[in-house]
Ligand binder design. Structure first.
Ligand code: PBG
Length: 332
């Protein structure tokens, strides 16, 4: 970018800020409901809509209610949804077999949404934590999270999701070699058109706390995820991970969490120019909601400001629990 040459009063930056019309003309980024992916939590039962205490306005819904909510969100303009399971405790085991059960709660939800709203893109989560007795994203052997055996399980999970009708596979596990293995399996099993949005730069963040409550993994988790999720202090490493995942067959990449990592989003977009997403995670959502409920901030305005921030940082889209709420404001 060239520096501005003219000095005051030749240059008056306030000239183009003086009216909504002028501000609109010079606005650099736009947020549209097309940019939003809505993460939702699915639970067992029928007709169930259960609030998540640490995430006001977020619910665990049974499959029938997920399908209904997907329809409503789509009608508001949200065209993508991401399904996370709240697995019953008895289905969580050391071998995580429920993860690739074609009829597990997540796969049933994928089918129900594709049936109710075929136009909606359905994204999944690939990681063992909702099915693992110890809350980790990979198998635990002698206290270690093992990589290669976990990748084999993640591939089975991916294929079950693709067979259920998923459009976007979302590996959030941070194992090495998973993208290549998933891409290979999708190609050889007739799922060439299934896309992968890799959680490439996923940090070992404290912002995931409310999510772990939502999927019932908080109590279960032993230790932390620092041997597989990224050190929060690193940036070059994020670029290497994104490059690696693109080389292995990811169609889109993600940075997670969102707002505290906008520098990573911008750097990734500038360096690779590929479809880049951020995940505005549960802790970010909870902080905005809690402050708004206390009357300390204007929740709606902060929601919109936080979302445009992702676009300004170079993201093509954002996963956000605010998706339907924001879409309503954007489209009415
Ligand atoms: C688990 C997973 C997590 C999130 C998405 N997938 C939590 C974790 O890694 O512990 C977090 C999402 C959020 O906080 O909103 N594989």
């Amino acid at each position: 970018m060239k520096p501005v040459a003219a000095a005051f009063p030749t240059a008056r930056f306030r000239r183009v800020r003086q009216s909504p019309a002028l501000r609109g003309l010079v606005r650099e980024t736009l947020l549209s409901s097309d940019d939003l992916i809505w993460p939702v939590f699915v639970r067992e039962g029928k007709g169930e809509v259960e609030p998540v205490a640490s995430m006001p306005g977020v619910f665990r819904r049974s499959v029938d209610k997920i399908a209904e909510a997907a329809r409503e969100a789509y009608d508001l303009g949200v065209s993508a949804i991401c399904i996370f399971p709240y697995t019953p405790l008895e289905a969580r085991t050391e071998d995580c077999a429920e993860a690739w059960n074609p009829d597990n709660i997540a796969n049933r939800a994928i089918r129900a949404v594709k049936e109710a709203v075929p136009e909606m893109a359905v994204m999944t989560d690939v990681a063992l934590d909702p099915y693992n007795i110890n809350g980790h994203d990979g198998f635990v052997v002698d206290g270690q999270i093992v990589n290669d055996r976990t990748v084999e399980a993640l591939v089975k999970m991916t294929l079950a999701q693709a067979e259920a009708g998923a459009d976007i596979i979302g590996p959030s596990d941070m194992m090495d070699g998973r993208i290549g293995a998933m891409r290979g399996a999708l190609e050889s099993e007739g799922h060439q058109n299934v896309t992968i949005l890799s959680y490439s730069a996923k940090y070992a963040s404290a912002y995931y706390g409310p999510f772990r409550d939502a999927v019932g993994a908080s109590g279960a988790l032993t230790g932390d995820k620092k041997t597989y999720q990224m050190d929060v202090a690193n940036s070059d490493e994020a670029m290497r991970l994104i490059q690696r995942d693109l080389n292995e067959g990811a169609d889109m990449v993600m940075v997670k969490p969102g707002t505290p990592y906008l520098d990573i989003c911008r750097r990734a977009k500038d360096m690779f120019g590929v479809p880049t997403f951020a995940y505005q995670v549960s802790g970010e959502y909870a902080m905005i909601k809690a402050a708004a409920q206390n009357g300390w901030i204007d929740g709606e305005k902060i929601m919109m400001e936080s979302l445009i921030g992702f676009k300004r940082a170079g993201c093509d889209g954002v996963l956000t629990y605010f998706a339907p709420e924001a879409a309503r404001i954007l489209n009415t």
